[in-house]
Design a protein around this ligand. Structure first.
Ligand SMILES: [Zn+2]
Ligand SMILES: [Zn+2]
Length: 130
């Protein structure tokens, strides 16, 4: 199973031209540097690492995907960049173990724009036993 967005789907979601994603991938554009890229990732509710992976055509499972602190995260908002750093395992603010998948069905979290797991309907934030 893959979470992967195609470049085209990503472009459609982000409301940018599919060619821009391709250009980003090939490093041909100077306008889509780090800052707009993080803005784009923010708009999509995904991490910059995830966005990079999609742009480069890598499989997303290779990298750390989305993580959030079950205590501090406010559903519907973007995760703090500190949480999505691949090496982060615990919340920097409260020390809670970060969650990267649904506590109900254990599917990886596709987007933190969602409050509920699209696969099983469980609230991402609620009901964790940890
Ligand atoms: Zn926390
Ligand atoms: Zn689920």
């Amino acid at each position: 199973m893959s979470l992967g967005l195609s470049q085209k789907e990503l472009a459609e979601k982000a409301g940018i031209h599919p060619q821009s994603v391709g250009k980003m991938e090939r490093g041909q554009t100077t306008r889509l540097k780090q800052k707009p890229k993080s803005g784009l990732a923010h708009a999509l509710g995904i991490s910059v690492e995830y966005l990079d992976a999609v742009c480069q055509g890598r499989t997303v499972e290779e990298i750390a995907v989305l993580k959030f602190c079950p205590q501090c995260w406010v559903p519907g908002t973007s995760p703090d960049p500190m949480w999505t750093t691949p090496r982060s395992k615990h919340c920097f603010a409260c020390g809670s173990k970060l969650q990267d998948r649904c506590s109900g069905c254990h599917e990886p979290i596709a987007s933190l724009k969602f409050r509920f797991c699209p696969y099983c309907g469980k609230s991402y934030k609620g009901g964790g036993s940890e």
